[in-house]
Ligand binder design. Structure first.
Ligand code: PEP
Ligand code: MG
Length: 315
């Protein structure tokens, strides 16, 4: 019913009883920022910066990057914009950064790991982000993909601080980061759960392989337990924990994620209205009950069914 109702969303995400959930947009190309703003997004929860680097022989210049990031920030004046540093590798190969001879690229040098051999690419990117942030009025947050250890997180936070980027956080998309969230969030200012990769790495099931799609399902109770662990770490350190994977765009999963303690949801702009409508039709206690039902279910299918039967608004 909710999907047939409100088609536009303009304002602030909240549950029927007023519990605030920031509803943000995923942006993969600067030209899409205006579309996200028009869809009512409160800000950008994930700017994927790969657009500037793919299909090239070398990294784009700092000036090119500044122009691209400013285009996104300009669409969200005064708003939060979370810029993710380059996620090269695995499904996003970049010849100047990643090797094409790894046997298991998803488990190889990808994301923040590429900064070990090529720190200059990350340094230039942080320089460009800082410059763009200084020129626009958005509140700029920066986060790194594929963080697995406390050390990596601390190094990234320190690196960002040297560029004057004070709100530095990490993506939680590797199970180790979810389990260590409390320690990671002692220095990282926020976490954003990438449910696409967190599901892939928890279930050892390639996110692009149809044959293992049943395993590669964020409703898997093990994945939801890791979301809960991340939220527990966030609560312990009083830090926000968002979700920016595809799961945030599913109204039923959005309810569960909020019930697990997630404080913001970032999604493709076209999903904002439906997610906002469903959240507006449930209380935060409904969300918590849904989360408990999903966590205690024996299978992903049972989790989905139990939550759907408990909350008729999802039909
Ligand atoms: C994720 O893994 O959930 C995520 C948001 O990052 P990407 O899809 O870009 O890997
Ligand atoms: Mg990812």
């Amino acid at each position: 019913a909710a999907s047939a109702q409100a088609r536009t969303f303009d304002g602030e995400g909240r549950t029927a009883d007023g519990h605030r959930v920031e509803l943000l947009a995923n942006v993969g190309d600067p030209r899409d920022a205006a579309v996200a703003a028009a869809a009512g997004a409160e800000g950008v929860g994930l700017l994927r910066t790969e657009f500037g680097f793919l299909d090239r022989d070398e990294a784009p210049s700092v000036a090119e990057q500044v122009a691209a990031y400013r285009q996104v920030l300009a669409a969200f004046p005064g708003r939060k914009v979370v810029i993710r540093t380059l996620d090269a590798g695995a499904d996003k190969p970049m010849p100047f950064l990643t090797s094409d001879t790894e046997a298991n690229p998803a488990l190889g040098v990808r994301g923040l790991r590429t900064a070990q051999d090529h720190p200059e690419v990350l340094e230039d990117q942080l320089t460009a982000i800082a410059e763009a942030a200084a020129a626009e009025s958005s509140r700029v947050w920066v986060m790194a993909p594929m963080v697995a250890t406390v050390d990596e997180s601390e190094d990234f936070v320190a690196r960002c601080a040297r560029h004057g980027l004070d709100v530095a956080g990490v993506m939680v998309e590797v199970p180790s980061a979810a389990l260590l969230a409390g320690r990671i969030l002692a220095s990282a200012k926020f976490a954003s759960i990438g449910t696409n990769d967190l599901t892939q790495y928890t279930m050892a099931a390639d996110r692009l392989l149809g044959a293992v799609a049943e395993l590669s399902d964020t409703w898997q109770p093990a994945v939801l337990q890791l979301v809960a662990a991340t939220c527990a770490g966030g609560a312990q350190q009083d830090r926000p924990v968002g979700v920016c994977g595809e799961a945030a765009a599913s109204p039923a999963l959005a309810v569960v994620l909020v019930g697990l303690g997630v404080t913001s949801l970032s999604m493709t702009p076209r999903a904002l209205a439906d997610v906002a409508a469903v959240l507006g039709a449930v209380t935060v206690d409904d969300c918590r009950r849904a989360a408990q039902l999903a966590l205690s279910a024996p299978t992903a299918a049972a989790a989905r069914d139990r939550v759907r039967s408990a909350l008729p608004v999802l039909d």
